[in-house]
Design a protein around this ligand. Structure first.
Ligand code: EPU
Length: 434
């Protein structure tokens, strides 16, 4: 295993370019199963999750090739319908294979993915959506079986206690594009990644109205064709970099983002007094403010609300902002795995139910810390950039699932950060040895 060593206190300046969005690329890879023709995908981030998805597609029978660092070619001429546990358990997002398999083959057999560190991740709404399309849905021996022989379009409401569902919407949508009749998905997720998937499906010949709205109307077609599609920029990576700029930037320019996708974060950064300038629709320059920032309260919501995937990183910023900030997590109410690790670096954060009460400190100090999930890892990297002394982040394989070469990117703008084999870490600092 590798660890990340960060020397805090260095200024970040220059340009950080955002890669393609993981959470758009994953369902878009799955959507290539909807056609026997070739799909060419561009602006694909270089991530372990993408490689997992490629492996699963290959297992299902697709020809999958990486033609350039960010380009992939996928041809799913003949595929089978079964995704086994040993592949699916590595990545929850593989649940979004159900929709394309049921849409194209009229049957699917997929292992249930199992537990997740950020809290319970039920898929009841996905299954409700498939049943709403007239599929027979059976759960047996850890697998979900879908029989779509008699599937037909219908009205399906996909809202739950925590709002809409991103991969649930993607799943039902991907099944519906090849299901006869008219499907209406109400309370559909409006996340930019769902919009990107819709656009890719339309480029394959799907008939979808209401893209970007909570009501998607899909008229099933008999067949979809191949496409060439470029994945949208990752708004979560972009948000992470903007927060890095607020913590340690001096004219740090974040490019290849979409300003339009950053509304909720920019609103909070502005309220906090972060010094940023929108250069264009795809670029923002941010600097650490000369004045102390102001505490802000943040509540996560489905898009266009404040994204849960930036909650941990925002908590790092608030942990060195004087005053008290309250961060409320409404999507995954237990998603506070970063908090005990930030506390080890000197943050003062108390968890009360879905609220983190953050008392801003004047400094954080470097420490060995353990990454627990993707966004918690990002929050710890950000903390390491501003902490006094050395921070060691262990279990960085979480980070590599969703951030494309974050260490190289940050190093290029002045961060002192390096990836090392875990054995090179001083033994007395390694909590894994305890
Ligand atoms: N939910 C249900 N039943 C369902 C589906 C969801 O109760 O059938 C609940 C969830 O437990 C949660 C809420 O609904 O409380 C929203 O979950 P959603 O289904 O939208 O999440 P997801 O599709 O499983 C995607 C991203 C997550 C991101 C969430 C929320 C992918 C591959 N994953 O997950 O990304 O946090 O949407 O925006 O797109 C990450 O990238 O670090 C990550 C976890």
């Amino acid at each position: 295993m590798e660890v990340m060593r960060i020397e805090g206190g260095n200024t970040l300046s220059g340009t950080l370019s955002v890669s393609g969005a993981k959470n758009a690329a994953l369902p878009i890879f799955a959507a290539t199963l909807l056609t026997s023709e070739t799909c060419y995908l561009e602006n694909v981030p270089n991530l372990s999750d993408i490689r997992f998805m490629a492996q699963i597609l290959q297992h299902l029978g697709a020809e999958v090739g990486q033609t350039a660092p960010t380009s992939w070619k996928i041809t799913a001429k003949e595929i089978n319908h079964r995704a086994p546990y040993d592949l699916v358990r590595k990545m929850r997002a593989s649940v979004c294979l159900m929709g394309p398999l049921a849409g194209r083959l009229k049957k699917a057999e997929i292992s249930l993915p199992g537990g997740c560190v950020i809290g319970p991740r039920p898929i009841d709404m996905h299954l409700k959506g498939f049943a709403g399309l007239g599929m027979e849905v059976t759960v047996d021996k850890g697998y979900i079986f879908l029989d779509a022989t008699n599937a037909a379009g219908d009205s399906i409401f996909l809202g739950g206690r925590h709002g809409s569902t991103v991969t649930g919407t993607a799943n039902v949508l991907m099944a519906a594009v090849l299901t006869p009749g008219k499907t209406i998905i109400e309370c559909a997720a409006c996340e930019p990644e769902v919009v990107d998937l819709c656009k890719m499906l339309v480029s394959m010949g799907a008939n979808i109205d209401g893209i970007g709205s909570p009501t998607l109307t899909i008229r099933g077609v008999d067949k979809l064709g191949g496409c060439t599609y470029s994945i949208l920029p990752d708004r979560i990576e972009a948000g992470t970099f903007l927060i890095a700029g607020a913590l340690a930037g001096k004219n740090l320019t974040v490019t290849n983002l979409r300003v339009a996708d950053q509304g909720a974060l920019l609103d909070k950064l502005k309220e906090a007094g972060v010094n940023f300038k929108i250069d264009s629709a795809t670029s923002i320059t941010v600097s650490k403010s000369d004045q102390p920032l102001k505490p802000v309260d943040v509540v996560t919501h489905p898009h266009p609300g404040f994204p849960t995937d930036v909650q941990a990183q925002m908590s790092t910023l608030m942990s060195i902002t004087p005053g008290i900030s309250i961060v409320t997590e409404k999507i995954f109410p237990n998603r506070f795995m970063h908090v005990p690790e930030l506390q080890r670096m000197g943050a003062d954060i108390a968890i009360e139910g879905p609220n983190a009460i953050v008392k801003g400190q004047s400094r954080l100090s470097g420490a060995p810390v353990m990454a627990s999930d993707l966004r918690a890892s990002a929050a710890l990297i950000l903390a390491g950039l501003v902490a006094e002394g050395t921070t060691w982040v262990l279990r960085i394989y979480h980070l590599d699932r969703g951030y494309d070469k974050i260490d190289e990117k940050l190093r290029a703008v002045g961060a002192v950060i390096e990836r090392l084999p875990e054995k090179d870490m001083p033994q007395d600092l390694n909590p894994e040895d305890a």
